[in-house]
Design a protein around this ligand. Structure first.
Ligand SMILES: N[C@@H](CCC(=O)N[C@@H](CS)C(=O)NCC(=O)O)C(=O)O
Length: 198
């Protein structure tokens, strides 16, 4: 298998953590600039986005959560869905809302510069991050010591990414429970070794 990633993408990080936790630890990894029209990435994924996982039989799987879906199908144990799948998926959806809003803010800045943040769409994205983080903090289960759930993975990835991309932001709400989860998740190699860096 071959996984196209970059070192900052929260979506690629979700796929990397999920693969590791499912026991796929020896995968060829290609670091690419997804905005650089990498020819190999474009050849397998017309959207040229990371993550893209090329399976041993040559299928190119795009979309972080579809990669998780495929992993659950081919290797059901250990499951990432936890005991209450609906609850876990609901929380993962909240975390993905935070991640999408953060990434869209960066894309908005590529187009409009920093003024994007104060635009109606920029403020809407900021609200999604604030309210999503607050919701995650209020509605969190502490992870056990075993395989983390998709809910815990996406929540930790969301908080790490917002803090990484908006280090000076005064608008990040206090999220003490989420920060505890973030710290506990960092004890897992899958999480620690994939922390975003420029
Ligand atoms: N919904 C996709 C989003 C993937 C995505 O947008 N990845 C970004 C990196 S953070 C990317 O490759 N961007 C390049 C582009 O949009 O052209 C997923 O969950 O995998």
């Amino acid at each position: 298998m071959k996984l196209f990633i970059n070192t900052t993408s929260p979506y690629a990080r979700i796929a990397r953590i999920a693969l590791w936790e499912k026991g796929f630890r020896d995968i060829e990894t290609r670091i690419v600039d997804p905005w650089g029209d990498d020819a190999d990435l474009l050849a397998v994924n017309p959207a040229a986005r990371v993550p893209t996982l090329v399976t041993d039989d040559g299928q190119a799987l795009a979309e972080s959560l579809l990669i998780v879906l495929w992993l659950e199908a081919v290797r059901p144990e250990p499951t990432l869905l936890g005991g209450d799948a609906a609850r876990g998926v609901a929380r993962a959806g909240t975390a993905m809302g935070v991640i999408d809003a953060a990434v869209h803010t960066l894309i908005g800045r590529k187009i409009a510069g920093l003024s994007f943040d104060g635009s109606p769409v920029g403020l809407r994205r900021q609200r999604s991050m604030i309210e999503g983080l607050k919701r995650l903090d209020a509605d969190l289960s502490e992870p056990g010591d075993g395989t983390p759930t998709l809910a815990a993975i996406t929540a930790a990835v969301a908080l790490d990414y917002v803090q990484f991309r908006f280090p000076q932001a005064g608008w990040i709400p206090p999220v003490p429970r989420l920060e505890r989860l973030q710290q506990r998740m960092r004890t897992r190699p899958s999480v620690e070794q994939t922390r975003p860096h420029a």
